[in-house]
Write a protein that binds this ligand. Structure first.
Ligand code: PEP
Ligand code: MG
Length: 395
């Protein structure tokens, strides 16, 4: 693959905020749109504004124009040679990722492959891809909604067990069921929604939505194929060593007890992401020790898709979220995945709260054999990723 031209144009994400599309000419034009997060870990790759990204792309073009690359790793190493900082402050994490994904598409095209096939061959040759669990955020709180919920995401988790289409159908029907029930209970005809398409309402406390989700799953008799998960995104409500939670300042121990109480009262709850703030490492350690046998304790802000942070999170989590724009190249994302596997951790490939129509993460999930994918509520702009999932897992 020979690099001919590189450019950047501004596009809008699902929140209507400006992000970038990287345009890359090799044999033909390829591009990649980059999503953006609202609850970001401190270790995440930098995000350049469209104007700064445009300038950065011009500089990268000066260095790479006319160069030939035979593999994605080789291309990404050339990017890393231009910027070896951990947060990609020189060329911009979003610029680097756009280039890396567009290059993956260009290389796949030249080999007459789907992007997931290229990733599979280059990074995960031995991986068989089982159908992933579908983590679907149906009640939004925290930084993704204007409700009183401190916890950011309440998720239905569908186990496709051989029938992905059926699982997506059931997910859509449960999500609608939840909407109908909330409308009836609140005596309203419309429901506000958060950034990821989940319902965004006030509740009497942070446990109530979980109890409601469990009730719906049980009433529908779906307790065998559906379970529940949380993303607390606890860094967002951590203030000076305490958690501002359910109307009071709580200690790590109190929050730890809340999760145990939640798991006891809501047996369908099996996974909690970022239960504590990223700097509250001892709280992660104590919680994993207590709950790690029966639950997934998942790092997101804590690990930020960096292989080294994942290695350092041994003993703190037994699962990680993988978001390519937290690190900035596809190769480093694959290294993070490899490290997670080495540590025996579950991997969940995830969207961001500010999304675009770019479907690359679905290809990544397929190639790496992700245990789960986190794609938001089955509605609106998020539906594109469910449809791509159906396509790449059934070819
Ligand atoms: C998350 O925290 O897992 C998430 C998807 O939200 P954001 O993109 O805002 O980080
Ligand atoms: Mg998260």
């Amino acid at each position: 693959m020979k690099v001919q031209k590189i450019g950047v144009r501004p596009v809008f994400d699902s929140r209507g905020k400006e992000t970038i599309e990287v345009v890359f000419r090799a044999k033909r034009i390829f591009s990649a749109k980059i999503p953006s997060g609202a609850s970001r870990g401190t270790g995440e790759a930098s995000v350049f504004t469209p104007a700064a990204a445009k300038k950065s792309a011009e500089k990268v073009q000066e260095k790479l124009r006319g160069k030939e690359f035979c593999s994605l790793r080789e291309f990404d190493l050339a990017l890393l040679a231009l910027d070896s900082s951990s947060r990609k402050e020189k060329i911009g994490g979003n610029v680097a990722l756009g280039l890396s994904i567009a290059a993956a598409r260009a290389l796949a095209f030249e080999k007459n492959q789907e992007p997931w096939e290229l990733l599979s061959e280059e990074f995960f040759p031995k991986v068989k891809a089982p159908l992933p669990l579908l983590f679907s955020n149906v009640i939004n709180g925290g930084a993704h909604a204007r409700s009183n919920l401190d916890l950011q995401e309440y998720m239905f988790v569908a186990d496709p067990s051989g029938d992905l289409l059926g699982a997506v159908r059931q997910l859509i029907s449960l999500y609608r069921e939840l909407g109908a029930l909330l409308k009836k209970e609140r005596r309203v005809t419309l429901l506000p929604r958060g950034d990821e398409g989940g319902y965004a309402l006030d509740f009497s406390n942070n446990l109530e939505p979980l109890e409601l989700l469990q009730r719906i799953v049980e009433e529908k008799g779906l307790g065998r194929t559906f379970s529940l998960a949380l993303d607390a995104a606890a860094s967002q409500f951590f203030r000076k060593g305490r958690y501002s939670f359910d109307g009071a300042l709580r200690t790590s121990q109190e929050l730890h007890e809340f999760y145990l109480h939640a798991a006891e009262n809501v047996p369908l709850l099996f996974s909690v992401e970022d239960p504590f703030a990223e700097q509250d490492r001892e709280a992660f350690r104590a919680f994993l020790k207590k709950a790690g046998k029966s639950m997934w304790v998942v790092g997101d802000d804590l690990t930020a898709t960096h292989a080294e942070e994942i290695r350092n999170a041994r003993g703190l989590v037994n699962g990680v979220i993988i978001k390519p724009n937290q690190v900035g190249t596809v190769t480093e994302t694959c290294e993070a995945l490899e490290e997670a596997r080495k540590q025996g951790m579950k991997v969940i490939v995830s969207h961001r709260s500010g999304e675009t129509s770019d479907q690359f993460i679905v290809h990544l999930a397929r190639a790496c054999g992700a245990d789960g994918v986190k794609l938001g509520a089955p509605a609106g702009e998020r539906m594109g990723k469910y449809n791509e999932l159906l396509r790449v897992y059934t070819v």
